[in-house]
Design a protein around this ligand. Structure first.
Ligand SMILES: [Zn+2]
Length: 89
């Protein structure tokens, strides 16, 4: 049996990963309608930098971005960030 696994592209780094969220390769950030790979989530636990090109793209798409005073844009979906933050992975 051949399973044709669809692939997703990380919105931050552009890497490709299988669209199988059970394997925790990435997470869907519902509020921003994007997917982010586990590596980007792990490297940006608080959120991506406000001057990241991907964040500017979100702004152009009409997504409300509220950077903190540290220049970090907190992830809108707390649950998603926690899910990929599992050190057992
Ligand atoms: Zn990534």
């Amino acid at each position: 049996m051949v399973i044709d696994t669809p692939f997703l592209h990380c919105f931050l780094c552009g890497c490709r990963f299988g669209a199988d969220f059970e394997s925790r390769q990435g997470s869907f950030v519902r509020a921003w309608k994007i997917v982010v790979c586990a590596r980007c989530f792990a490297g940006n636990r608080a959120g991506p930098a406000a001057d990241h090109p991907a964040i500017k793209k979100l702004t152009r798409q009409g997504i409300a971005i509220r950077p903190s005073d540290r220049g970090i844009v907190p992830w809108p979906d707390e649950g998603a960030a926690q899910k990929t933050g599992d050190p057992a992975n």
